[in-house]
Design a protein around this ligand. Structure first.
Ligand code: ASP
Length: 316
């Protein structure tokens, strides 16, 4: 008998206690708890893992605190380009959408791609035909994200150390210098033993227009297979793509016989970190074990087994 569970993240990065006000921390914790609880409710009524992760990510997209949907970060050109993906571990069907700026809930578009097309990944054109909720791009904007962009841009041209420790000048740095990510994701196991994963993001503050990270790439930022594990990632997307991070957790369990905990640690600490890949992942295996490893200072995360109180954490 498996115990249904939902696990969520809302990003990883340089999250320190001193930089976070008590009110802000409280707001994050309450939002995470409420969203875990609503997906627990779905799972407790025999809802599917797919529905549980869809609803969790939709709610996370609606919350302005997180870097997905409303509250997404800005590109260098002060625009929004959103990415999302979803995968059903039961069938290994998957859907993804990238660089969209008018779809209110990118995760619903990713799910529509999965269920209503014969393809896996689309850019914007698909959504208009599906009757999905459309908005003007400034729907996604918040003052806090605009401030972050201006802060990041003010740091452009500053002196930084390159990989070999030499002094260099950062030009048009596409990456938020403070590395406070806020991508959202969810993984779930349902009472029928099925697994699902979903990930959604505005990307990285000050990214170049047209840049696509790992979040909409199946196998990199999102993966689910009922025989192994469901995974959602957050962090420096380029490195997660190069490591095929989400799929690697599954492959290590499948081919090398690692436990979920071993596979998650191996990917986050031994594969991503040496390539300067900062961040983490959330995962649940077919037996209901969960893992939430990260190599950054913090990762906003929460989970709830059906019938138990939601747990949330930010720091180590
Ligand atoms: N992985 C995301 C990206 O590269 C960013 C994040 O997780 O915050 O677009």
């Amino acid at each position: 008998m498996v115990k249904p569970v939902i696990v969520i993240h809302v990003g990883a990065g340089a999250l320190t206690r001193s930089a976070m006000s008590a009110e802000k921390e409280q707001a994050y914790r309450e939002a995470l708890k409420a969203i875990v609880a609503s997906s627990q409710q779905i799972l407790s009524q025999s809802g599917s893992a797919l529905d549980a992760v869809t609803e969790a990510v939709r709610l996370l997209e609606e919350c302005p605190l997180f870097n997905a949907g409303h509250g997404s970060v800005f590109t260098h050109d002060e625009t929004h380009e959103l990415d999302a993906s979803i995968m059903d571990g039961r069938t290994r069907d998957a859907g993804a959408i990238s660089c969209v700026s008018h779809i209110r809930n990118p995760v619903l578009a990713a799910r529509a791609v999965m269920e209503q097309s014969q393809h896996v990944m689309f850019t914007a054109a698909f959504a208009r035909k599906q009757g999905l909720g459309m908005v003007e791009p400034d729907f996604f904007s918040t003052d806090a994200r605009r401030e972050q962009l201006h802060h990041a841009q003010a740091g452009e041209g500053r002196v930084v150390l390159d990989h070999d420790g030499r002094r260099d000048v950062a030009q048009g740095d596409p990456i938020d210098p403070e590395r406070k990510y806020g991508t959202v994701g969810a993984v779930a196991l349902d009472s029928a033993g099925n697994l699902a994963a979903a990930t959604s993001t505005g990307g990285m503050t000050n990214k170049q227009a047209g840049r696509v990270g790992d979040s909409p790439i199946v196998g990199a930022g999102c993966y689910a297979n009922k025989n192994t594990v469901a995974v959602s990632c957050t962090g420096t997307g380029e490195v997660f793509i190069r490591c095929v991070a989400a799929y690697d957790v599954s492959a290590l369990m499948d081919y090398a016989g690692l436990t979920l905990e071993q596979a998650g640690e191996r990917v986050v600490m031994e594969k991503l970190l040496p390539l300067d890949g900062s961040g983490g992942l959330i995962a649940v295996d077919k037996a209901g074990n969960i893992a939430l490893p990260f190599n950054s200072e913090g990762m906003y995360r929460g989970y709830g087994y059906v019938g138990q109180a939601p747990w949330v954490g930010i720091y180590r």
